[in-house]
Write a protein that binds this ligand. Structure first.
Ligand SMILES: [Zn+2]
Ligand SMILES: [Zn+2]
Length: 447
């Protein structure tokens, strides 16, 4: 049970009127008010996204009562003081062709729609938080929406979901940039107001001198417990070493390098998302030659960015970890593809798998350090299941046991897993139980 209330700074919002436990359904909407074309690549030069929204709306023949509900959702006013909103107002105006009502609808779609352009009567009122306590799941074919509690929620607490996607795991500067660009607001959530952001740690520039701005390998990978790496934390516009108190200010060349690599990685993540989507769309077509070339190019770009981020910013920085996650996801997909042709994993594949597991361990540590009050499954469920599948496919009891240990990382996250993923998890667990039951017989035979 929830109610819509006015807030001091962020318009109307959704509040809990009872307690919720993790996984509880807070809100259910069987269908959206409207499905309006939605893309995040808005710009002053290109108003085609706005035109697409206008056309989608005009073709939808929306009834008057629905239109009234739509128009009651948030949109910027002409006299808004927020520069991002001013841009949105200005850039979307020509697509509306002097129709004020249509202009509002376009802005409402930009500010309130979920992926796929779905706009909802209640769920579209939920504000963003970089420390979300709930998550929305939308069924692609019907548009039915479920809102579930990600954390325990108390009476009177505002419901917050993340609009940031993967960028939820970046630092404050990157999150704010993306939210301003795609959703036209300046985030002032609790997490954004925290002074310290662990996603931003870099090895101290004094304790670990760089060679031509690159870290030595031990510092870069930070996996030698006897020689712990000393980190600098980003605190009120400067990096401060936790060990030697050395300070790098915002004006130092270090901050410039960190920010320029962050921007580069952000840009690459966008490119990756776009190209990955288009390669999924075209994978059904027969002639894949140009697609394969593009795909190879994307992979080598990914490696390039990853080695830059990791060698300059180290193992704990968000850029390294998000790129590593894409790399792992890709690697696992290739692994499973190979397995279809080869039936059993050869030595090379086993080496690959060991590397994938190492990467998953690193990213899991990164997620834990962020202390987001979010289950690690939120970011990692797909790759955890991918690793477990690969381990079980090795068909020995030890690997299968190790696989179940990885699946244990998903305990408590079951309500949020997709049906398909739940099936995979169940079949992996039963494969392990079977192998365990067969084990004594094997031993007897061998003995
Ligand atoms: Zn925030
Ligand atoms: Zn230091």
């Amino acid at each position: 049970m929830t109610e819509v209330r006015d807030t001091k700074d962020s318009g109307k919002a959704l509040f809990a009127t009872r307690e919720y436990a993790i996984g509880d359904i807070i809100l259910q909407e069987d269908k959206p008010l409207a499905i309006l074309s939605h893309t995040t690549s808005y710009s002053a030069k290109n108003d085609s996204p706005f035109i697409a929204i206008a056309q989608a709306y005009q073709q939808s023949n929306t009834q008057l009562d629905i239109e009234a509900k739509l128009l009651s959702l948030y949109h910027p006013q002409a006299d808004t003081a927020n520069p991002a909103e001013q841009e949105l107002w200005k850039n979307s105006q020509s697509a509306a062709e002097n129709d004020d009502r249509l202009h509002k609808i376009i802005m409402i779609a930009c500010c309130n729609s979920f992926q796929g352009g779905y706009v909802y009567e209640h769920a579209s009122r939920i504000n963003h938080s970089c420390q979300p306590n709930a998550i929305v799941n939308i069924q692609e074919d019907t548009g039915a929406l479920l809102l579930r509690a990600l954390t325990p929620i108390v009476v009177g607490e505002e419901i917050g979901i993340s609009y940031a996607g993967l960028y939820l795991y970046t630092d404050t500067r990157a999150r704010q940039h993306v939210l301003r660009r795609d959703k036209f607001f300046d985030c002032a959530c609790v997490r954004c107001q925290e002074a310290v952001d662990p996603a931003n740690m870099i090895p101290c520039t004094k304790c670990h001198p760089r060679h031509q701005s690159h870290l030595d390998e031990a510092t870069q990978y930070d996996d030698d417990d006897e020689h712990p790496v000393k980190y600098m934390m980003w605190k009120s516009d400067q990096f401060v070493c936790e060990s030697c108190d050395y300070v790098e200010t915002l004006k130092s060349s270090v901050a410039t390098v960190v920010h320029s690599i962050s921007d580069k990685v952000l840009q690459f993540l966008e490119q990756y998302k776009e190209q990955d989507n288009s390669s999924k769309a075209s994978s059904e077509q027969k002639d894949n030659a140009p697609q394969d070339e593009q795909d190879e190019e994307l992979e080598s770009l990914l490696q390039e960015h990853l080695s830059l981020a990791s060698s300059v910013l180290g193992a704990r920085h968000w850029t390294t970890n998000l790129l590593l996650l894409l790399y792992l996801d890709r690697g696992l997909k290739q692994y499973h593809k190979k397995l279809i042709f080869q039936q059993a994993a050869d030595d090379d594949m086993q080496l690959d798998l060991a590397e994938h597991i190492d990467h998953l361990q690193r990213i899991t540590q990164f997620v834990k350090r962020l202390k987001l009050h979010l289950h690690p499954g939120h970011l990692l469920s797909d790759v955890i299941v991918g690793i477990a599948r690969a381990l079980v496919s090795l068909s020995d009891v030890k690997s299968a046991q190790y696989a179940t240990r990885w699946l244990d990382h998903l305990i408590g996250y079951e309500p949020f897993l997709s049906e398909a993923l739940v099936k995979v998890v169940d079949s992996l667990k039963s494969a392990w139980t079977r192998m365990e039951a067969d084990e004594p017989a094997h031993k007897k035979l061998k003995g």
